[in-house]
Design a protein around this ligand. Structure first.
Ligand SMILES: Nc1ncnc2c1ncn2[C@@H]1O[C@H](COP(=O)(O)OP(=O)(O)OP(=O)(O)O)[C@@H](O)[C@H]1O
Ligand SMILES: [Mg+2]
Length: 362
C-alpha cells in the first residue's frame, strides 16, 4: 500500500507471513499458493498475559507508542516457535494508528486525482505532510443536482515514524517487511472478496474495536471505538472486585446470557457491549450521511478475540437487526483438516493476519 515498499513487490518467493501485532497479542500465519486457493501452512499466536495487571504494558497503545523492544522480542519468540520458511512479511497497522477521512472531488483522471490529492491533503491531515505517508482509494461516486460527477476518496495517512518503527521491528526479528496496510483493508479483502453484499466488519480487539464497511473485497468506510474486550474485563474486575486475570477467565468461561448463572456477569458487561453497539450505529449514521442513497449494510461479520465472547452474535443480531456471524476465514484457504476443530475460535482471531497474507495471492 505504501509507495516506499513498491519496489519490493516483485514475487521472488511465493511464501509469506501475515503478521498482526495487536495491543495484547501477536498473530502470524504462513501462507503459500495452494492448488486452487492460497494454503495456510502454519500459524502462531502469542498473548501478553501481563497486560491485564499492568495496564500500560500493552504492545501498542492508542497514543501510538509501540513498545519496540518488547514487540521485537515477542515477534522473535513467535517466529522461533513457528519456524516459518517465509522470510517476507506483510503487516498491519491498527486503525487508530492511521488518520482516515472521506473526501469529495470532482470526477477526474487518476493522474489528475493524484496531483490534486497531493496538493490538498495538507488541509485535511493533522500532521505535517513531510511526516506522513499518504494513500487513498476511491470508495464511491455520485452525480450532484447540477449533473456534475464526483468521486469519493478515502484518504489514509500514517506517520512515517510509525512505518520506520515497523521496519526496524521486523528486521530485529529477522524478517523483511514487504508491505504494511491498515487492518480494515485486510479484513475487507479476506471477508468480502467476490461478495456483492455490503458488510459491516467489526473487529473486537483488546483495546479497540474497528468498524469497517466493505463490499467485493473493497473498503468503503472506517470507524473505530475505544470500547473493546479489555473494557469488559475491567468492568468485571471492578464490578465483582476481583483481580483482572480472574475477570478475564470468567469472561471467557461464561460469556453473556440473559438468564441463569451468567446473568449477573452479563449485567456488568452489557453496558460496555452497548457502548460498542452505539459506536457501530454511529458509524452507520456517518456512513449514511457520507454516502446518501447508498445501500446500508445487510449483515455483520465479527472478528478479533472479542468475537469469541459467548452469546455475542445473538446479542448483536438482536440489537442491530441484521444477521451477525463470526468470521470463518479458513474457508477461503486450503488447510490441513487438523485445523477444523479449532477453526471456529481461532479463525476470527487470525482474520487480520490471514487477510494480510491473502494480499499476495490475488
Ligand atoms: N473466549 C473469549 N471470550 C471473550 N473474550 C475473549 C475470548 N477470547 C479472547 N477474548 C478477548 O479478546 C481480546 C483480544 O483480542 P485480539 O487478540 O483480537 O486483540 P488485539 O489484536 O491484541 O487487540 P487490538 O486489536 O485492540 O489491538 C481480549 O480482550 C480478550 O479478553
Ligand atoms: Mg487486533
Amino acid at each position: 500500500m505504501w509507495n516506499v515498499f513498491q519496489h519490493l513487490r516483485q514475487a521472488t518467493f511465493p511464501l509469506y507471513l501475515g503478521v498482526d501485532i495487536g495491543t495484547t497479542s501477536i498473530k502470524a500465519v504462513e501462507v503459500k499458493q495452494g492448488e486452487k486457493l492460497p494454503a495456510v501452512l502454519n500459524y502462531g499466536m502469542l498473548e501478553l498475559g501481563g497486560y491485564l495487571l499492568r495496564a500500560n504494558n500493552a504492545l501498542q497503545t492508542s497514543t501510538l507508542k509501540i513498545f519496540e523492544e518488547e514487540a521485537a522480542e515477542l515477534l522473535k519468540i513467535l517466529v522461533g516457535r513457528m519456524k516459518p520458511r517465509a522470510r517476507e512479511a506483510v503487516a498491519s497497522l491498527p486503525a487508530f494508528a492511521a488518520f482516515t477521512t472521506v473526501l469529495d472531488f470532482p470526477a477526474m483522471t487518476p493522474e489528475e486525482l493524484k496531483k490534486t490529492i497531493a496538493f490538498q491533503a495538507k488541509e485535511y491531515i493533522p500532521q505535517p505532510l513531510s511526516e506522513v505517508a499518504i494513500d487513498w482509494l476511491k470508495v464511491g461516486e455520485f452525480t450532484d443536482e447540477k449533473g456534475f460527477r464526483h468521486d469519493q476518496i478515502l484518504l489514509i495517512s500514517v506517520s512515517r515514524e510509525h512505518i520506520k518503527r515497523y521496519q526496524r521491528l521486523f528486521k530485529l526479528a529477522g524478517l523483511t517487511l514487504r508491505a504494511l496496510e491498515i487492518e480494515p483493508l485486510s479484513l475487507a479483502r479476506l471477508l468480502t472478496s467476490g461478495d456483492p453484499t455490503l458488510t459491516l466488519l467489526v473487529d473486537v480487539g483488546s483495546r479497540s474495536t474497528s468498524i469497517a464497511f466493505a463490499v467485493r473485497g473493497e473498503l468503503r468506510f472506517v470507524s473505530q471505538s475505544d470500547f473493546a474486550g479489555a473494557s469488559l474485563t475491567q468492568a468485571l474486575a471492578q464490578g465483582l472486585n476481583i483481580n483482572p486475570l480472574r475477570a478475564e477467565e470468567l469472561k471467557r468461561e461464561r460469556g453473556i446470557s440473559r438468564a441463569g448463572q451468567g446473568y449477573e456477569l452479563s449485567t456488568i458487561m452489557l453496558p460496555f457491549l452497548d457502548a460498542i453497539i452505539n459506536e457501530v450505529k454511529k458509524a452507520q449514521f456517518s456512513y449514511g450521511s457520507q454516502f446518501p442513497g447508498a445501500p446500508q449494510p445487510e449483515r455483520m461479520v465479527l472478528t478479533g478475540g472479542g468475537a469469541n465472547l459467548m452469546g455475542l452474535e445473538a446479542y448483536m443480531e438482536k440489537e442491530m437487526g441484521m444477521p451477525v456471524v463470526k468470521a470463518a476465514p479458513f474457508a477461503r484457504f486450503e488447510h490441513v483438516h487438523e485445523i477444523e476443530p479449532l477453526a471456529p475460535e481461532v479463525g476470527p482471531v487470525l482474520a487480520v493476519a490471514l487477510g494480510l497474507a491473502m494480499r499476495e495471492f490475488i
